[in-house]
Design a protein around this ligand. Structure first.
Ligand code: IMP
Ligand code: MG
Length: 217
C-alpha cells in the first residue's frame, strides 16, 4: 500500500528529470553552435568595408625571409650591400630580412606611393628620395611587386644615382599582374592576383601591423 501511494510521485520526478535533460541538450546544441560561430569569425578580419581571411602564416613568412637572406648573403659574400626598403609597405620585410642577413650590410629607405584603396593608380609619387647610394651595391626591398610600375620608377632613380649595381628583392610577387620585363631577382612568396594585407601591406592605412598575411574574402 505505501509503495502504491509513492508511484505518482516517482513518475512526476522522472518526467521532471526528462524535461530538464531535454532543455540541457537543447542548450548545449546552442552553445556549440555559438562557439563555432565565434571561432569562424575570429579567423576573419574586417578592415574598413572589406573582409579578409588568413592566407600566409607568420611562420611561413619568416621561413621564406630566412631563405632569401641566406641566398643574398651567398651572392654578396665579397660585397657590403645596401638594403633599400620601400616605405611604407616594406618596413616589416626590411627589418626581418636585415636581421636574418648573416653579414655586413647597410640599410636605407625611400618612400613611394602608387596604390589607392585596392588598386594601383599607375602614377608613382616619390615622397622620400634616395641619398648616399653612388657607387653602392643596392638591393631594393619591396613588400610586393604587382604591376611593376613602382619597381620601374625605382630603377630609373637608381640609374640616375650611378649606383655600382642593383637587384630587386620582394616578399610577395603577383606574376599574373606583372607588366614589366625587368627580372625580379629575389622572390619570397609567389601569390595569385589577389589583394592582400598584413606584414606591412595595407588597405587604406590599416593592416600593416599584422604579423601574418590575409587575402580579400
Ligand atoms: P606596383 O607598382 O603595381 O608593382 O605595386 C607596388 C605597390 O603597390 C606595393 O609596393 C604595395 O605598396 C602596393 N600593392 C600592390 N599590391 C598590393 C596588395 O595586394 N595589397 C596591398 N598593397 C599592394
Ligand atoms: Mg610598397
Amino acid at each position: 500500500m505505501p509503495l502504491l501511494s509513492l508511484t505518482p510521485f516517482v513518475d512526476a520526478k522522472i518526467i521532471l528529470f526528462k524535461r530538464i535533460n531535454e532543455k540541457i541538450g537543447f542548450l548545449s546544441v546552442i552553445l556549440i553552435f555559438a562557439k563555432n560561430r565565434v571561432k569562424t569569425q575570429s579567423y576573419m578580419l574586417q578592415l574598413h568595408d572589406l573582409t579578409f581571411i588568413p592566407f600566409i602564416s607568420s611562420a611561413e613568412i619568416e621561413e621564406s625571409i630566412k631563405k632569401l637572406a641566406q641566398k643574398i648573403s651567398v651572392d654578396y659574400k665579397e660585397k657590403i650591400p645596401v638594403f633599400l626598403g620601400v616605405l611604407n609597405g616594406a618596413y616589416q620585410f626590411t627589418a626581418a630580412l636585415t636581421q636574418f642577413y648573416p653579414g655586413d650590410c647597410e640599410v636605407e629607405f625611400t618612400k613611394l606611393k602608387s596604390y589607392e584603396g585596392t588598386s594601383s593608380t599607375g602614377t608613382i609619387q616619390s615622397l622620400i628620395g634616395v641619398d648616399n647610394l653612388k657607387g653602392k651595391d643596392v638591393i631594393v626591398v619591396e613588400d610586393i611587386v604587382d604591376t611593376g610600375n613602382t619597381i620601374s620608377e625605382i630603377i630609373k632613380i637608381l640609374e640616375k644615382e650611378a649606383v655600382a649595381s642593383y637587384k630587386i628583392a620582394t616578399l610577395c610577387y603577383k606574376p599574373v599582374a606583372y607588366k614589366k620585363s625587368h627580372k625580379i631577382d629575389y622572390i619570397g612568396l609567389e601569390i595569385p592576383n589577389k589583394f592582400i594585407v598584413g606584414y606591412g601591406l595595407d588597405y587604406d592605412g590599416l593592416g600593416r601591423n599584422l604579423p601574418e598575411i590575409y587575402q580579400l574574402k
